[in-house]
Write a protein that binds this ligand. Sequence first.
Ligand SMILES: Cc1cc2nc3c(=O)[nH]c(=O)nc-3n(C[C@H](O)[C@H](O)[C@H](O)COP(=O)(O)OP(=O)(O)OC[C@H]3O[C@@H](n4cnc5c(N)ncnc54)[C@H](O)[C@@H]3O)c2cc1C
Length: 382
Amino acid sequence: MKDALIIGAGPAGLMAAEVLAAAGMTVTIVDAMPSVGRKFLMAGKSGLNLTKNEDPDSFLAAFGDISGAMRDAVTAFGPVEIMAWADGLGQPLFTGSTGRVFPKSMKASPLLRAWMARLTDLGVTLQTRWRWTGWEDGQAVFDTPSGRTTLNPSRTILALGGASWSRLGSNGEWAKYLTDDVAPFAPANMGFVVDWSTHMAPHFGKPIKSVALYAGDTVSRGEAVISAQGLEGGGIYAISRALREGAALRIDLMPDWPVSKIAAALSRPRGKTSLSNHLRKTLRLDPQRIALLSEFGRPFPDDLAPLIKALPIPHNGPRPIDQAISSAGGVMFSALDGFMLKSHPTVFVAGEMLDWEAPTGGYLISGCLASGRAAALQAIAG
Ligand SMILES: Cc1cc2nc3c(=O)[nH]c(=O)nc-3n(C[C@H](O)[C@H](O)[C@H](O)COP(=O)(O)OP(=O)(O)OC[C@H]3O[C@@H](n4cnc5c(N)ncnc54)[C@H](O)[C@@H]3O)c2cc1C
């Protein structure tokens, strides 16, 4: 019986372990951290968005321009399969109004517990506090609590994660142990730095609702949050890739009103009312949207309506990568044959450490599960 080593116990590594063990391989998982799935558990803190329940074409489109292997993996293990898998672990799910799929408990911990129990039943063994530090004479080398150890399994799956939230284990240091092509890491699904004036301080922590956020032609109708550092939240994450790639940020403060309707409302006699009150009364703009208009719209033009439809927001680029939900960059698909490292034909790579990115909405965990499964299937076949 072949033995397999999984390095990295996040969703990608655990899925690979499940597939390999179910195929009869002797499987060991090692992880540098004292416990498994720390980022997965963190993802569950704000509601574990496991996948997106939508048609296959829309689902695939969210991954952008991905390699054939990744495309096949995501197609073979998409939302339907992921929901069935979670159900099989005894985790009831629900689909929200936008198609996002969550466990009914919202948390990741019950699912992770059930998953680890399944892996134990399949005979998978786990070593924590084992840090992979590269290869020596073809053997995988680890720093462990009892010193330096080497392993020489017949198959290895690297599932070491990306380069954000390093305190949860995924610090991207693995890149220095690979001689293969690794695209530089960049933040993905992140906030942006905005140098607010002091007038904005009362709005820190408040949401910007009912707006459309634009990065060039890319639009998001999600909510953003004003923070002391800038703008964050799902609405901004959704357009963060386009912003990172240089598109300008602008906000339509009234996306459901055409410019003519706004202009007509604003032309009503104002009397002695302040402009803020006039905006509030005629357009029903809330304090956050009025504050943004004051912050970046001054000096006000005579015709405010076009500005309300396209308010430019100057920003100073992404927040640091360690604070990003995920990272772009990683092992390039050109270094791989499917999911196998061309330089190490018994080593396969899965999860966020691969050079693909996707928006939030369940696509990240879905891509990790799908690539973990596909890497394992290739390891079994090879
Ligand atoms: C706050 C937050 C919320 C999120 N919410 C969602 C969500 O709702 N839905 C969604 O789809 N995605 C979400 N994500 C993203 C998702 O959690 C990640 O994309 C996913 O966990 C990546 O899985 P992975 O298995 O590739 O890597 P990881 O989960 O990062 O696991 C990698 C593992 O490798 C280990 N490791 C690293 N280096 C070494 C080494 N040298 N030796 C040994 N072990 C090592 C790490 O300790 C870690 O356990 C969220 C992320 C964050 C930060």
